[in-house]
Design a protein around this ligand. Sequence first.
Ligand code: ARG
Length: 463
Amino acid sequence: MAKMWAGRFSKEVDAMVNAFNSSISFDGRMYRHDIMGSIAHAKMLGKCSIISEEDSKLIVKGLSEILDDIDSGKLELDMNAEDIHMFIEAELTKRYGDVGKRLHTSRSRNDQVALDIRLYLRDEIGEIRKLAAKLTDVLCTLASSNLNTVMPGYTHLQRAQPVTLAHHLMAYAQMLLRDISRLNDTRRRMNYNPLGSCALAGTTYPIDRKMTSDLLGFDGPTANSLDSVADRDFCVELAAAISLIMTHLSRFSEEIIMWCSWEFKFIELDDAYATGSSIMPQKKNPDITELIRGKTGRVNGDLVTLLSMLKGLPLAYNKDMQEDKEAIFDAVDNVKLCLETFIPMIETMRINPDKMRAAAAKGFINATDCADYLVKKGLPFRDAYKITGQLVAICIEKSCTLETLDLSEYKKFTQLFDNDLYEAINLETCVNQRNSEGGPAPESVKKQIELTRTLLGREIADE
Ligand code: ARG
């Protein structure tokens, strides 16, 4: 196929270079956004009398037909085309002759591609946000029914203090809230229209950038034409926001992997969301979560790809920037895939409250509460801490717990210990008393759930 820019060349481009140069295999997915952008551009050209109203209408009609035909599968993308922009313009010209050739007046592929990616990613942000909001909602619901499910809280993966499953789940809900707010920030900053920046230096035609901005739902035109065609900050920002979502999913996945091991058995995954082994008949593997953990590395790679691609580029457009798409599309595709799979897996997993409680009952996670008991009776915390440490050592030696150690042993250290100690170090008491703001007490977690739901509603209000 003869190149649109063939005029200056005396030879055809080498076939290998053609294939090397072409981006349609991966930018083809932006066909809808490319056509939407071109329709807005054509309407503007007509209204500003840069082309005739008649031509403008015909271009809009032709582009709408092409869109329908691609949607329905009647028109297939030609993988020999240089990119999606060239393909659609060529198709329009094939169908409508000279009129099609007027579309690219006062436009360059540089502002066109900058526009298309923005439009495409704006939609994708909406999708990712919906999924993240759904997961947050699922966590709130699950937390509501597990306010009293006591489990060990860990530091250094050592049992530390008692919490509840609800408290633990709501920690992830906070991360997701921040993720959604980051997506909103990214969207807000990128929602400016680069169209009209042309190749790099704007245009001599009397264009109306406000009109195309309004037509395409942007908050306004971008401020500087050089920046507009050279900027891919929004790809980096989105990739970073996605990397963090993946990081949160990956940490959660790691916990689920542990929780469904025989060592923990805190949960059991639904058969529909686990896999077996080809040789070991007893196995039920948490492949989904492991894949999410694995894909997190890959998505982090996408972020680094984008940053590295940009760091040495002089203004304005450089072909290096074509490499933005595979990286950001990969990040977008994978985070959606991970969220879509993770949500039903969480919704269907079975929780073993008894196993959680049993784990909480071992490991002396009420030792701080034992020390606090003495503090409340007047002993300085450091002294109380020391005595409790010695008591734990005795328990380890006697293979018993603080709850089952005889009061006489306690009294050997201080007469401040009395029978009410056992109530004070009871696991339920330990959780219920931790009712500070943000703490694991059921009342406190209930408030966290309410607040999370309110904030979530606010973050997705503009949907
Ligand atoms: N396929 C190109 C890209 O994705 C479109 C822009 C091409 N512009 C140019 N001056 N070669 O970056």
